[in-house]
Design a protein around this ligand. Sequence first.
Ligand SMILES: Cc1cc2nc3c(=O)[nH]c(=O)nc-3n(C[C@H](O)[C@H](O)[C@H](O)COP(=O)(O)OP(=O)(O)OC[C@H]3O[C@@H](n4cnc5c(N)ncnc54)[C@H](O)[C@@H]3O)c2cc1C
Length: 496
Amino acid sequence: MASEHFDVLIVGAGLSGIGAGYHLQTLTPGRSYVILEGREAIGGTWDLFRYPGIRSDSDMYTLGYSFKPWTEAKAIADGPSILKYVRDTAGDYGIDRHIRYGHQVQAASWSSEDACWTVDAVSGGKPVQITANFLFLCGGYYSYEGGYTPEFPGAERFKGVTVHPQKWPQDLDYAGKAVVVIGSGATAVTLVPEMAKTAGHVTMLQRSPTYVVSRPAEDAAANKLRRLLPAMLAYNIIRWRNVLIGMWFFRRARNRPAQVKQTIIAMVRKALGPDYDVGKHFTPTYNPWDQRLCLVPDSDLFEAIKADKASVVTDHIETFTETGIRLKSGAELPADIIVSATGLTLQVLNGLQLTVDGRAIDPGRTLSYKGMMYEGVPNMASAFGYTNASWTLKCDLTCEYVCRVLNHMQATGARQVTPHNDDPTLGHEPWLDFSSGYVQRAMEKFPKQGSRAPWKLHQNYARDLMSLRYAKLEDGVLEFSNRKGAGVKAREKVAA
Ligand SMILES: Cc1cc2nc3c(=O)[nH]c(=O)nc-3n(C[C@H](O)[C@H](O)[C@H](O)COP(=O)(O)OP(=O)(O)OC[C@H]3O[C@@H](n4cnc5c(N)ncnc54)[C@H](O)[C@@H]3O)c2cc1C
């Protein structure tokens, strides 16, 4: 099979893939790159999800790229505005010219002999092969084939419509209908107030509560600053302010969980009034940030509950019935439509089968280096954002780091860069320490993090900034090898 060659191959044209394209062409100019995108559209998450009210749950000053100011009034932005921002970025910087749509990448095999990856994709039902010196996985963290839906007893009996938010039917008419949304995560708390605007009634059915925090959709101070200062300066100031507030809040939640819990619950109580059972419906058993917090703009969820357009039920499903859901408590929830906002199916390393010099890589047995490269896997990085802050903060740093590595390789003639762990005392820990079900279900298949730097995932922007932007590349763990004309490192070792 004839194959084209690029210096860098990026998987995915979502927020991360477009950011990667920008950084590559800006920080390592002259390097050829291609972006292979499985779908026919740019934007990833922000194109795929079309459910009513789809929006960010972190502020756009940190979810936006470091290099492109967010200029809209709303800091908590709707999905179409975020999609436009990603599309505009790709168009403004000519990144879109590098995208090949409809190319689903399936496998990649590394050859130390040739110092390159052979990447297998499928396009229009036909196999396509491309070679590249560096593989940058920017395909997100979940499967695009379908979300996670538990097997609900009696699901086949239900005569109404069942929907998963990842595959929202655009013609679904819910005006005046009784809707039950199963779940209590970010998607559920977005859907409930939005659907409540026209539905007859929306019930959020949860097994257990989640922390819900309200913030203004518009950031008044940020909007004022944007009117006074040049766009980029204002953006940088607001971005840093939000980063620092986020870090402070997370630290406080970890150090004084009881106090933070009390503060969040008090805010909910104030929003819903003294008669509402906040203890039952909005008081989780876990500590703040043991799972992702849910953000609601302008208290929209609480307003819908107060207006009696929406309600929360905390109970377990006994069975679906013909007309709704019967709960373990014996109560019945009538429903015309049931929305299963039960989460995503996490996917490891963009679903790729990886081989290094003929050896299959099992991601679950691999250690991640700085949360982006993998022990024993040469010339590959992946973009994976924060769980306690905006995704893009980490992705921007990851892209910068990859460019530093590539420039260093060019300067030193190294054709291969591989993290190696020689420390037998290094502990292995799960990639994420979230207690959420969808995370726990997937962690076995995910690479592990180490108990110490540089294998430890700190989920901390300031630490990552130091480690990725400023720390020296040759740290005794990251091995630059396979120099031109010097033969393959493995062969060098054998010869020695
Ligand atoms: C509903 C929802 C709301 C969210 N809100 C926030 C938020 O407010 N703040 C936040 O920080 N994070 C949020 N996230 C996380 C969010 O996914 C990231 O912020 C960000 O959009 C991820 O961008 P990405 O480009 O890495 O991945 P994605 O957006 O998932 O895009 C990945 C792209 O890669 C393509 N792809 C994947 N695998 C392959 C393959 N093998 N071959 C070819 N193409 C492939 C996909 O088709 C897709 O286009 C949210 C996630 C969801 C699902």
